[in-house]
Design a protein around this ligand. Structure first.
Ligand code: ZN
Length: 121
């Protein structure tokens, strides 16, 4: 299960950054074109976090629309699939968002928020 391996790497990374401190909340940015299911991530997160410094932490998932800019006509549009066309008929576009999968930030029990950026997986 893809989401399980993904959640394990997320929990490991946050736990490492937190250096043993209790993590209260983790915020992820998940592009809608990644094929990652937010519900599956939430389910796996509780399992994987159990017994770590993320035990009981809240998982917030921000879903990011797939946006692109058409090279032919210049308009920005929403991609509902990885392969799509602009309304002008052009297949040539620049990807703006929708394929990201990163830890936006995590919140420690006492010291407030900390930021980590993680590249697209
Ligand atoms: Zn176009």
């Amino acid at each position: 299960m893809h989401e399980l391996a993904l959640t394990q790497s997320i929990v490991e990374m946050v736990a490492k950054h937190a250096r043993g401190r209790t993590v209260k909340r983790v915020t992820l940015e998940v592009g809608k074109l990644t094929c990652v299911m937010p519900d599956a991530l939430r389910f796996c997160f509780d399992l994987v976090a159990a017994g770590t410094s993320l035990d009981g932490a809240c998982l917030d998932i921000c879903e990011i629309d797939g946006r692109a800019r058409c090279v032919a006509c210049g308009q920005e549009f929403i991609r509902h699939a990885v392969y799509t066309t602009c309304s002008c008929g052009s297949l040539d576009f620049t990807r703006i968002s929708g394929e990201e999968l990163r830890i936006k930030e995590y919140e420690l029990a006492f010291d407030g928020a900390a930021q980590i950026e993680r590249g697209a997986a």
